[in-house]
Design a binder for this molecule. Structure first.
Ligand code: SAM
Length: 362
């Protein structure tokens, strides 16, 4: 964060948000977040998206007959094959720790999913939430469901038996991959910490503490879409079953990530025109930008990095907001999009002024 320009404060309408603490000129770069803490690229795009910089082949080659997939790849026996746009990206990725570790884990998850599919085709029975959801979802109901699944995974035999018959959907595998990427980040951070313990270098912040500080939307998400709870519990059981022993310690990461990704993740798009969503990711420190239907900040992804730039001049004390949705739509549609996908009623100035009869939305 460019500390001299922006600060975090609590708003009356939308939790914490970023504000200008100085006048800021249009076009000023106010914030960058280097890389996602958790991310996934959808299966259908994996050959077309560079594993290092997320460049999308179809946006790069535009003529008829041009290739639509990348040809440079990394294939190790233990890992899933990944593709790159350039040799430079391949070298950068291979010299890192996190990318190759995620590829190893993704190979394991892919194999485990095939095993569940083989068995579930025979049976199709899924008992993770045997009773339907109550008319009113409460936090107690969600906590009890998680306690029940904890009980299930505490017995290796029962977990194996459940997983051999579970029906993990393709999207649940994508979610599992995104959670697994966060687990790898935690593992690498802790082990780097362990190796630093003997030296005098003290890291300034633990990225996991920063993730836990993000707003959770577990209750609103499950209340609006009760089926999501069973999906999250299946993902959790699947990860407990499939992850190698040294990562199982981190599996509680799942509930925390699943509670936060819906309200904080950004789509990974093919470019500014946003024709194709290639996957999603959580850029933790970038999650404090609130939404406005009249935004003054523009978000741009360059490689893995998210950049935030003012789209007009901003006065001292003004809230700095991006837009989460298509703001060219009428108020009713904007409201519906924000309530359905983001679970909140927009309190921005534009919505307040467009509210029928000038009434406040609250
Ligand atoms: C990515 S987070 C932004 C940071 C968040 N305010 C916090 O305190 O962590 C998105 C959440 O902020 C709140 N929010 C963002 N924009 C808002 C707005 N225009 N009106 C009301 N709430 C908003 C909603 O609760 C939304 O789910």
């Amino acid at each position: 964060m460019i500390q001299s320009l922006i600060g975090l404060r609590t708003t009356p309408h939308g939790g914490r948000s970023l504000f200008a603490i100085q006048p800021i000129a249009e076009g000023t770069s106010i914030f960058t977040c280097e890389a996602p803490f958790a991310h996934v690229i959808y299966k259908d795009y994996r050959r077309e998206v560079c594993a290092q910089c997320f460049a999308y082949a179809a946006s790069t080659f535009r003529s008829i007959g041009d290739p639509r997939t990348w040809s440079i790849k990394s294939c190790r026996v233990t890992a899933e094959t990944v593709w790159f746009c350039t040799d430079e990206c391949k070298v950068t990725w291979e010299s890192g720790v996190i990318g190759p570790l995620i590829a190893d884990i993704n190979a394991l998850l892919g194999k485990a999913k095939i095993a569940t599919r083989r068995n579930s085709a025979r049976d199709g029975y899924d008992s993770i939430l045997p009773n339907g959801p109550p008319a009113q979802i409460t936090q107690d109901y969600i906590d009890k469901a998680w306690a029940d699944v904890e009980e299930l995974v505490s017995s290796r035999a029962r977990l194996s038996s459940y997983c051999s018959m579970m029906n993990l959907e393709d999207m649940e595998l994508e979610i599992s991959r995104s959670v697994a990427s966060a687990i790898v980040q935690r593992y690498v951070f802790d082990h780097r910490l362990a190796s630093l313990a003997t030296s005098s270098i003290i890291p300034t912040s633990d990225p996991w503490t920063e993730v836990l500080d993000l707003q959770s939307s577990e209750l609103s998400n499950v209340s609006l879409r009760p089926y999501i709870l069973a999906a999250h519990l299946r993902v959790y059981a699947f990860l407990c079953h499939s992850l190698p022993k040294h990562l199982r310690l981190y599996v509680p990461t799942a509930r925390h990530i699943l509670a936060r990704d819906t309200g904080n993740a950004f789509g990974i798009w093919d470019g500014d025109h946003r024709d194709e969503m290639l996957g999603w990711g959580i850029w933790v420190s970038a999650s404090y930008f609130n939404h406005s239907c009249c935004p003054n900040v523009k978000k741009t992804r360059v490689g893995r990095t998210m950049h935030f730039t003012t789209s007009r001049s901003v006065e001292i004390g003004e809230e700095l907001c991006i837009s989460y949705i298509d703001t060219s739509q009428a108020i009713a549609q904007r409201r519906q999009d924000l309530e359905n996908s983001w679970f909140f009623k927009c309190g921005c100035q534009r919505c307040q002024s467009e509210e029928p009869n000038g009434a406040s939305p609250h």
